[in-house]
Structure formats: structure tokens, C-alpha cells
Design a protein around this ligand. Structure first.
Ligand code: SME
Length: 163
């Protein structure tokens, strides 16, 4: 059984490197999207400080639909281009939002959320969905979080196509 070793990182980049290692181990040998998404969300949610939501929205061919997550119940469907999630999916760019109240069109699911990062998940040209993480702390996510979350999201996408 997988058990997450305590993370000993002294810097944020180091923390993400260790977390990436754990994520690779956790998803290794399994391709099921729901299983991997659920375990991935649980791993990240419990490993990083100051989060109140961490999870997936998957593209159903028309819009984004909530997938496995940790945190309070969330909005179910988000149109492409809407909110932070729909913007990440439509632009293919990670969205780092230091103040959700200042983001035009932000969709409030948990009123505790103050900042947010959303990484688009693409397998080549195919939109899979987005990886969305919220914090109750203003400006919780910086460039190190962007790099770390993009690395982690890549491990999730890779796990779906591994032989
Ligand atoms: N805030 C997101 C909606 C999803 S929740 O944060 C879980 C958005 O604006 O797309």
C-alpha cells in the first residue's frame, strides 16, 4: 500500500520535486482516470499548506464537469471560457489568480477561497480538463507553485497514457 513519506523539503521547488516523486509512485501502473485523479487530489491536498480545495474538472466534449476532488462540494459544470477554470481550458495557459475577487467572471464555489491556480490538462491537442487548486490565503500561489503544479499535472496526464 502507498504511504506518503513526510516531505522534508526546505524550499518550495524542493517540496514540489518530492511531491512529484510521490505522485509518480502513487499513479504508477494504473491508467484509470477516476482512480488516479482521486488519489492525486488527495495526495496534493494533504501535502501542501493553506489549501481549501484541490481537484479536477474534466471536459465532456462540451463543457467542464467536476471530477474527483478534496474540499467542500463544488460547482458541477463550467463552460469553456467561463471562470478561472474555463479560462485556463480555453487559453491553454495556467491561471495564477492572486485575488479571486479581482478576477472578472470568477466562479465562487467555496466562499473561503481567496486565491487560485488552474492548470489546463491537454494530451497533445485534446483537452482532458483542468487541475484546480484554491487557497483561503490571498496570493497563496507564485511562480514556484505554477512550475510545481504544471509538473504535477504533467505526471497525471502521463499516467493516463502510460503502457
Ligand atoms: N473558482 C473556479 C470554479 C471552481 S472552484 O474554485 C472549485 C472558477 O472560477 O472557475
Amino acid at each position: 500500500m502507498f504511504s506518503a513519506a513526510p516531505l522534508e523539503a526546505t524550499s518550495k521547488p524542493e517540496l514540489y520535486l518530492e511531491l512529484a516523486e510521490q505522485a509518480r509512485g502513487l499513479l504508477h501502473g494504473e491508467r484509470d482516470r477516476i482512480a488516479n485523479a482521486a488519489n492525486f487530489a488527495a495526495l496534493v491536498y494533504h501535502a501542501l499548506p493553506d489549501l481549501n480545495w484541490a481537484g479536477f474538472y474534466f471536459f465532456d466534449g462540451n463543457e467542464l464537469v467536476v471530477g474527483p476532488f478534496q474540499g467542500q462540494p463544488a460547482c458541477i459544470r463550467i463552460a469553456l471560457g467561463a471562470g478561472v477554470c474555463g479560462t485556463a481550458a480555453a487559453t491553454r495557459q495556467t491561471q495564477v489568480v492572486r485575488d479571486v475577487n479581482a478576477f472578472p467572471g470568477h466562479i465562487a464555489c467555496d466562499s473561503a477561497s481567496r486565491s487560485e491556480i488552474v492548470v489546463p490538462l491537454y494530451d497533445g491537442e485534446r483537452l482532458i480538463g483542468v487541475w484546480d487548486v484554491d487557497s483561503p490565503r490571498l496570493a497563496r500561489f507564485d511562480a514556484d507553485d505554477r512550475a510545481g503544479m504544471e509538473r504535477l499535472a504533467g505526471i497525471f496526464v502521463d499516467s493516463l497514457r502510460a503502457a
